[in-house]
Each structure stands twice: as C-alpha cells, then as structure tokens.
Design a protein around this ligand. Structure first.
Ligand code: CO
Length: 318
C-alpha cells in the first residue's frame, strides 16, 4: 500500500496520544552549588512500563516514553523499542516522513535500520551502531527496519532542541559500532554512546543538552556507580534481565523505565543472572513544548507552520 503524505501525516499525528498540541512551561530550577556536603545517590522517583503500540506504516513497538503514561521527561520526548522475531511486526517500516525542531537517536542491538533522507544521506545502521540525527529546521527521511537471523532489536529516542536551535541546519552523526568505546570493570560492561564514563568519552559530540547515553550490562554480583550533574534529567530503561537501581535497590525488570530523582550519582547492581539497561541523562530545557506527530516546537503556531511547510514542500532545503 502506498502511503500518501496526508495519510502519513494523519497517522503520525494520531500516534501521539496527547490529543492536540501540548504546551507546558516549568519554572526554572533553582541551582544550588553543592561543592561540599553529602553526595546524593539518585532514588527512583517513578517506574513506568512500556506499552505496546503501532506507528509508521504499521510497525508494532514498545513505547516507553512519549505515551499517555509518561508524555515526556524534559528534554527527552520519546523512547520506542523495536524488538521482534516476526518481520510482520516491523517490515512496513517508516517510509518518507518529516521531522522538525528536535533530534532523533537510533541505537541498534540486532538487525539493521536502513535510512535515506532529503539531505542526501543513505546508510544502513547495523548491530551496535548509533545515529544521532539533528532534524533542526527540517528533514524528510525513511527508516526501514531489516532483520538479521530473524531478530530485529533497536531503540529510537527523541531529544528536544532548545528554541534557539530549532531552525539550525540538519546534521547526522552516524557512529559505527567500533567507534563506541567499551569499558569493563568488575563485571560491569559499559558502552559510552554520548557523554563520559569510566575514562571513556562517547563519539556523539556538540549536542545542546549535554546528553549522557550509556548501555550498561552487569553480571551477577556486579555494581555500577556513575556521577552526573545533579540537576540533569535522568532515567534508566531495562533492556534485558534485572537490575537493582538507587540506594533502596529497587529491582527493575525488562521493559521498565525508572525516572531518577535529582542527585549527584546513579548506582545499579545485579543479583540476577544478568541485567542490562540504558542510562540516559541530559540538561532540561525548561521551555514551552508544542508537539504534534513528527514536529516538536515551542508554540501552536509553529506547529501549524511546520505542517504548512511540509504540505507545500518548504520543510526542507533553503
Ligand atoms: Co524519523
């Protein structure tokens, strides 16, 4: 079936379960210097579970962030997990669709994602790769999942851009698996996609919200502690197995996301066979958010403009 642009837009808009445009404005956080005093280990504030849903041309996926239960965690707007050994769940993929005003991050564990865009980029993201795409003022691309030995497993994260940079030129950072540093320490295996951990710095550079993106795998008995800016938004998503997170050592299982309270450190340990999670953190923007379908701006008018620009062919180029 051929998706017309209109149908695609309606589909994409309908997939965001937020009804109409959502506006939110948070107070600026009071930043207290904590040069001395106790270092707070981040406690789990809330746990949410992934919800099965469908997006694109009929891709069945787990929506962890960006759904009804947890619409956003500033500056994170969405986290989807594709995991299936049934090609019917994902083979229709995400044919040509637009984005404006934010960044999409793809992280693959198994299988591959073929992508092609209006800027002339074309590639195949294989297992272990990451792609950080800054949509800026506008891009149209396709993302088509491909299986490998029957299994497709990957993630897409949406990260907001500050108001001042929503109109910047689009940019890609395609990171092959071997360029992502890995560290092993006492049963903890860490891949550093963005930010720094255990003496390694991730290859994703120049992102406004200073993101941390770690893939943390622990074996039984292992412990992992990581320092991060106290006021940054942070969450842990359990990719596989089970981990205990925070000072109260609450157990998280596959498919659960833990929102972490402010603090200087994050700790995780494993007393199951193994546990693996994505630890994401970033500086919150505290700006108004207006989002609909594939566009994330600051005002309702800017969203209308994005749809108009897309319909009239003005979203990309220029
Ligand atoms: Co996309």
């Amino acid at each position: 079936m051929v998706l017309t642009r209109r149908r695609l837009m309606l589909g994409a808009a309908a997939a965001v379960p937020l009804g109409a445009v959502v506006l939110s404005k948070k107070e600026d956080p009071v930043v207290t210097p904590r040069a001395e005093g106790p270092r707070r280990s981040r406690e789990i504030e809330r746990v949410v579970s992934a919800t099965r849903t469908s997006d694109g041309a009929g891709v069945n996926l787990n929506r962890i962030l960006g759904g009804r239960e947890l619409p956003m965690l500033d500056p994170f707007l969405l986290l989807d997990e594709f995991q299936s050994d049934n090609p019917n769940d994902y083979i229709a993929g995400f044919p040509d669709h637009p984005h404006r005003g934010f960044e999409t991050v793809t992280y693959m564990l198994h299988g591959a994602m073929e992508h092609k865009d209006s800027v002339g980029n074309h590639g195949r993201l294989g297992p272990g790769t990451a792609q950080w795409m800054t949509a800026g003022r506008g891009i149209i691309h396709s993302e088509m999942p491909k299986q490998e030995r029957g299994l497709m497993w990957g993630y897409q994260l949406w990260v907001n851009l500050p108001k001042a940079n929503k109109w910047r030129a689009p940019r890609y950072q395609d990171i092959p698996a071997e360029k992502i540093p890995e560290r092993d320490l006492d049963g903890a295996h860490v891949r550093v996609v963005a930010g720094s951990a255990q003496g390694a710095t991730g290859p994703v550079q120049g992102i406004d919200v200073e993101p941390l993106f770690l893939d943390v795998a622990l074996t039984k008995g292992a412990r992992f502690v990581h320092d991060l800016p106290a006021g940054h938004t942070a969450f842990f998503y359990l990719v596989d197995g089970a981990l205990r997170v925070g000072p109260s050592k609450r157990e998280l299982r596959r498919g659960q996301l833990a929102v972490l309270a402010p603090g200087e450190t994050v700790e995780a340990s494993c007393d199951a066979e193994q546990g693996r999670g994505l630890l994401l953190a970033a500086r919150p923007l505290n700006e108004p958010v207006a989002r609909r379908g594939p566009f994330v701006m600051n005002t309702d008018d800017e969203i209308r403009q994005a749809f108009d620009d897309y319909r009239s062919g003005r979203l990309v180029g220029g």
